[in-house]
Design a protein around this ligand. Structure first.
Ligand code: AMP
Length: 546
């Protein structure tokens, strides 16, 4: 082997904030805060506070490799924590406040966190857990001294007091790029949550992967992007790292994520692009309908985390002139795997042909290899027809779970690729179509029915606001689809209406055997429909004729 003669410089997250402080210095960071106001800073000033926080962490005994937890909304302080913790070689453990109590206790103990930084709005939540958290855990409340709440938390520290007086400059330590910098637990539909431990290298390379499609996904210098996707889950899809690289102006929404608050903030701050899960966009779309317009300046919405329903894509694009990008990924993948961006090869496509491809989850990012395999592990062609289990490989894909050998059993195949648990097909142009989660697909008489496709079709019914399809057991077919739907306010529909609406949209044998109407559907901590809860509630439903 002839070794290349280039410098072997480590890929560290600290270099991202150094770059932003140098090259993106004046670009604003806007945050709607728990305090109720809108806070403004710049990458340049943020870098100074990040340095102060890093010094404060070291002063409080945070060492290389220690885990430091956050329970916080999207805002400038959470952004500072990402860089200060990772920058000194510690691990930023972002906690999803929507986890169940037992899961919160589990993850804090499993991660063995040293410090927990929490928003004032989570003080009551943590007070209720404190007896079951590590005894030496220190609590830091994300506020100024005058806003420190009354609390029973033991010896709470104040974030702004911690920073005050620390030096605004830092020379970041250098260490191996494979050093961990972030930890995020999957919400875990069964068993305990599982930890995914990101490295400096995987994080930088994932950001570079996003850079290759930056323009198409709303990441442009000086333009404003609203991450509704939380910093407390999967690195807000990589945004805290890639936005400073591009020089995008973040508009962090803080705790208020309802349609009205988002609309107002986007209007005021002239947000061009927004990223989030479909449930959030249902709220924003309702508000857009009420106003009869989109928020001023809005150009693009990136929908991911669950399948983007076709009617939602249509409404954004056709009724409001907002370009939709659909993306797919997993916590275990840092997380973005694919996005629906187009290239010059697609210039000839009509609007409706493009829209048809937006139902797909898109094409892979650089650094994400995809393969689909049959039941015996043999690769299937990317012909748009064959479908099978989807596996991924790349430098920002997880190799194993954090301190959890059992959870990792069978997570990779013999060639080292990671199993996603999704079933998919891939067309010759590289567009990935997620057929279903392998656990959710309905196995009817040896044939498969995609719950995602059926939900998508049913959502086109004018009376249906949200719906889910699960398998109900059937004596003859094994499983048959059961549709559970929430109706729009003031609308009515019957099971027969819905079935007849679907009859020319899906194959006859796909038609749900029954439709149940309910007031609301359960969601997981990350905003996905909880099929597990639905199966518990409705899985024993006796189908007509069964
Ligand atoms: P999480 O790690 O919590 O983000 O969950 C990852 C899983 O969410 C994936 O394996 C998919 O099953 C699902 N998912 C994410 N994005 C999409 C999408 N755009 N369409 C369909 N499923 C998705």
């Amino acid at each position: 082997m002839t070794r290349g003669l280039m410098m072997d410089r480590p890929l560290l997250v600290s270099s991202i904030i150094d770059f932003a402080a140098d090259i993106r210095r004046g670009t604003e960071i806007v945050s709607a805060r728990v305090e109720g106001d809108v806070h403004r800073t710049t990458y340049g000033d943020s870098a100074k506070r990040i340095a102060q926080l890093a010094h404060a962490l070291s002063a409080h005994g945070v060492n290389f490799g220690d885990r430091v937890a956050t329970l916080a909304w999207n805002g400038y302080r959470h952004f500072e924590l990402y860089y200060a913790i990772g920058g000194i070689g510690a691990v930023c453990h972002t906690i999803n406040p929507r986890l169940f109590t037992e899961q919160l206790i589990y993850v804090i103990n499993h991660a063995d966190d040293r410090l927990l930084f929490l928003e004032t709005s989570f003080v009551k939540l943590v007070e209720g857990l404190v007896d079951r958290l590590p005894k030496d855990l220190r609590y830091v409340i994300l506020c100024a001294p005058e806003d420190m709440p009354e609390t029973t938390l033991p010896n709470p520290l104040c974030y702004e007091a911690l920073l005050a007086g620390q030096q605004e400059r830092i020379v970041w330590p250098e260490f191996e790029e494979t050093t961990a910098c972030g930890l995020c637990y999957t919400s875990g539909t069964t068993g305990n949550p599982k930890g995914v431990l990101y490295s400096n290298r995987s994080t930088v390379l994932h950001s570079m992967g996003l850079l290759t499609v930056a323009d198409g996904i709303g990441l442009r210098p000086g333009q404003s992007l609203l991450p509704v996707v939380p910093l407390f889950h999967v690195n807000a899809w990589g945004l805290p790292y890639v936005m400073p690289l591009v020089g995008t102006r973040p508009v962090f929404p803080g705790p208020r994520l309802d349609g009205e608050s988002l609309f107002t903030l986007m209007d005021q701050e002239r947000v061009t692009a927004a990223w989030g899960v479909p449930t959030v966009w249902m709220g924003l779309l309702a508000e857009m309908r009420r106003h009869g317009r989109k928020p001023l300046g809005m150009e693009l919405v990136l929908i991911g985390g669950s399948a983007a329903p076709a009617p939602m894509i249509e409404e954004f694009e056709r009724d409001f002139g907002v370009d939709v990008i659909h993306g797919w990924g997993m916590t275990e993948m840092s997380p973005v795997g694919t996005v629906t961006t187009f290239g010059p090869d697609h210039d000839a496509l009509s609007i409706s042909e493009r829209r048809a491809r937006k139902i797909s989850q898109g094409r892979r990012l650089f650094g994400m290899d995809l393969k689909i395999v049959d039941g015996t592990g043999v690769r299937l062609p990317h012909d748009g027809v064959a479908f099978g289990e989807l596996l991924v490989r790349g430098p920002s894909v997880m190799a194993e779970y954090f301190n959890d050998p059992d959870a990792g059993l069978g997570v990779r195949d013999a060639e080292g690729w990671m199993r996603t648990g999704d079933v998919a097909r891939i067309d010759p142009d590289g567009f990935l179509y997620i057929v279903d989660r392998s656990k959710d697909v309905i196995k009817s008489g040896g044939e498969w029915i995609s719950s995602i496709d059926l939900e998508n079709a049913a959502l086109g019914h004018p009376a249906i606001r949200e719906c889910a399809v699960i398998a109900a057991s059937h004596p003859k077919w094994g499983e048959r689809p059961l549709l559970i739907a929430v109706l729009e306010d003031g609308r009515t529909a019957t099971a027969d209406d819905v079935r007849s609406y679907l009859s020319d949209k899906v194959a006859k044998w796909w038609l749900p055997d029954d439709v149940i109407f309910t007031d609301d559907l359960p969601h997981t901590a990350t905003g996905k429909l909880s099929k597990l809860q639905l199966r518990k509630r409705f899985g024993d439903h006796v189908l007509p004729g069964a």
